[in-house]
Design a protein around this ligand. Structure first.
Ligand code: HEC
Ligand code: HEC
Length: 295
């Protein structure tokens, strides 16, 4: 660790809220009593730099072994999908945790470190479209986050696109836990979301099935989708590792058609994102004006 020079030492004083000249005598003699809260005795200078003060900025964004350097392993989706389903129910951690654990957690169970060192509960944030906001489906967040441990955006973006398009276009749920069910047993109604958003995906399923959002059936449906997404993500990762990954789910007609005028360089270049435009811009009976004459 570079020794703290006078300039960075003064910045440190500023960062600690000292008035000009505060403890300067102690600093210049090397006693550094001000560093007490940041470091133990004898470590004052080095630890002050490492704690994020200006002396540490030389290493910023230069994390050891980054970026995207963990080595992926092939997984057995038949083994991992039920783990994703169980992970959904475990402590109520939900879909993001379930998918991520079924991928990275299972690598940890089979290959040890570094996979088993990951603080998996972090992915609980994906539950219900990120902390109950109904934005991105947490299962997709979990899968895309797992991809990102191994592949940078050049490789990852087509994998994410394939997974998300598949999700938009597939009738869910497919997984059947059989006797290992934790919510409700047996077949459930299915629906196609045409959207990667939790809000749209859940809303359409509730509308199609007649079950309320807070019903056990809806929870079971999302647990099964957690297994479905984990299996699909693993198939994509395995294919990527085998060198056989290919896009199977192309853009919907809306993205091509609307993009003709709203993509970059076109006459109305306002479009952000790749989602199917239809659920929100088709003027369907469900998205019509609900502020007047409603219901
Ligand atoms: C032939 C070109 C063209 C196509 C195709 C097209 N748009 Fe547009 N769109 C425009 C233009 C031009 C405007 C108005 C100018 C502006 O706001 O930049 C506009 C405006 C909009 C607006 C904002 C204003 C409004 O009327 O609501 C939305 C939203 C929009 N388009 C969505 C879509 C969607 C969704 C599709 C596909 C279903 C689509 N557009 C297809 C050219 C097009
Ligand atoms: C999840 C819902 C959703 C999806 C999916 C979606 N949009 Fe939008 N889009 C919106 C909303 C909401 C706005 C803001 C509308 C406003 O300004 O009142 C918007 C804004 C826009 C605008 C800017 C004009 C404006 O009115 O602000 C364009 C252009 C547009 N969308 C085109 C598209 C196209 C093309 C797609 C598909 C590739 C798409 N959108 C997908 C909900 C969506």
């Amino acid at each position: 660790m570079e020794r703290m020079n006078r300039r960075s030492a003064l910045k440190t004083l500023g960062a600690l809220g000292c008035a000009t000249g505060c403890l300067a005598g102690g600093l210049m003699t090397g006693a550094a009593p001000f560093a007490g809260p940041l470091a133990g005795p004898g470590e004052a200078r080095a630890a002050t730099g490492a704690a994020g003060t200006p002396a540490a900025t030389a290493g910023r964004f230069a994390q050891q072994d980054a970026p995207f350097s963990w080595k992926p392993h092939v997984l057995d989706a038949r083994l991992c999908a039920p783990v994703a389903y169980d992970g959904y129910w475990h402590q109520g951690y939900g879909c993001g945790y379930g998918v991520f654990y079924a991928i990275v957690g299972m690598m940890g169970e089979q290959h040890g470190a570094p996979y088993n060192q990951f603080p998996f509960s972090m992915l609980e944030v994906g539950k219900s479209g990120i902390s109950d906001w109904g934005t991105i489906c947490g299962a997709l967040l979990g899968a895309a986050s797992a991809f990102a441990l191994f592949w940078g955006r050049k490789d990852r973006d087509p994998m994410v696109a394939e997974l998300f398009r598949w999700y938009e276009q597939t009738a869910f749920p497919m997984h059947d836990p059989g006797a290992a069910f934790k919510g409700v047993a047996g077949a459930l109604p299915t629906s196609v979301s045409h959207s990667p958003l939790c809000h749209v995906s859940v809303g359409r399923w509730c509308q199609a099935s007649g079950f309320a959002e807070k019903s056990t059936e809806r929870g079971e449906r999302c647990a099964r989708i957690t297994a479905d997404v984990a299996a699909r993500a693993i198939a994509i990762m395995n294919a990527r590792q085998a060198g056989t990954f290919a896009v199977a789910h192309g853009d919907p007609a809306s993205v091509t058609y609307c993009g003709e005028c709203h993509n970059p360089g076109k006459q109305s270049p306002l479009l952000k994102g790749k989602m199917d435009c239809t659920p929100c811009h088709s003027g369907s009976p469900h998205t019509a004006d609900k502020f007047r004459n409603h219901p």
